[in-house]
Design a protein around this ligand. Structure first.
Ligand code: DX5
Ligand code: ZN
Length: 224
């Protein structure tokens, strides 16, 4: 059984206290910091750029946390070097934005960064088939990308199960990450379907409990 890793999405953090909130999350044991980069073109929202990665790099070093960058941007090839130099450990690109996906994945790896690939809820999993052997992470979007706080698309669970079978069939050791609408209520279902990295924004950074308490609640939900 794979250990399930937590990847708090800073999109939902209170930017007034970003450093303190991220430190609370990684101090409570989050294995990834998930950085949702949006350009207002590929998705109908603008978030932040590589300067946020550079800002968080020392915290990631302090706690041994993975800086996991999710590029929801058109023509991501233009920014791979920038995000690599800023200190990204993983750079994940959308199949929908990469006409030369194999070359893009190669370029990420040549920059010394682990390559990830992701796809929108309506993009067939078969779009990933040829590239699966070349990546270290595959991300299933369980909401339509662009905003935090959305509801999990229930059909995502079957996609996670199918993707897990595809990865196992080629003996891949890639992480299977899921992003969007994840909470303590559906975490067990999602990990049972085959995911081993859960991205959560609102469920970790929002709500009445502390960030550390939210992370503990996820751990509790995942041991059931
Ligand atoms: C969508 C974003 C969100 C975010 C997670 O583009 O990628 O999925 O990370 O947000 P929550 O956990 O609030 O759905
Ligand atoms: Zn994301």
């Amino acid at each position: 059984m794979r250990k399930v890793k937590l990847a708090p999405s800073i999109l939902a953090a209170d930017f007034t206290y970003l450093g303190a909130q991220v430190e609370e999350a990684v101090g409570a044991g989050a294995e990834h910091i998930h950085v949702d980069v949006m350009d207002g073109h590929f998705v109908p929202n603008i978030s932040f750029g590589s300067s946020i990665v550079r800002t968080l790099r020392p915290l990631a070093d302090k706690y041994g946390t993975i800086l996991d960058v999710h590029l929801m941007i058109e023509q991501p090839d233009r920014f791979l070097t920038d995000f690599a130099r800023a200190g990204s450990d993983i750079i994940t690109v959308h199949v929908e934005t990469c006409p030369h996906l194999h070359r893009t994945i190669q370029a990420i790896r040549e920059l010394g960064v682990k390559p990830g690939v992701t796809l929108n809820p309506a993009t067939p999993l078969l779009a990933l088939e040829e590239i699966l052997p070349a990546v270290d992470l595959v991300l299933i979007m369980s909401v339509n990308p662009g905003f935090g706080g959305q509801s999990y698309i229930p059909a995502s669970t079957a996609r996670i199960r199918r993707l897990r079978h595809m990865l196992d069939a080629i003996g891949s050791t890639a992480d299977l990450q899921v992003d969007g609408g994840i909470s303590v209520k559906n975490a067990a279902e999602i990990s049972a379907a085959g995911a081993n990295v859960l991205v959560a924004g609102s469920a970790i950074f929002r709500g009445k409990q502390s960030i550390a308490a939210n992370i503990a609640a996820f751990r509790q939900a995942l041991v059931q």
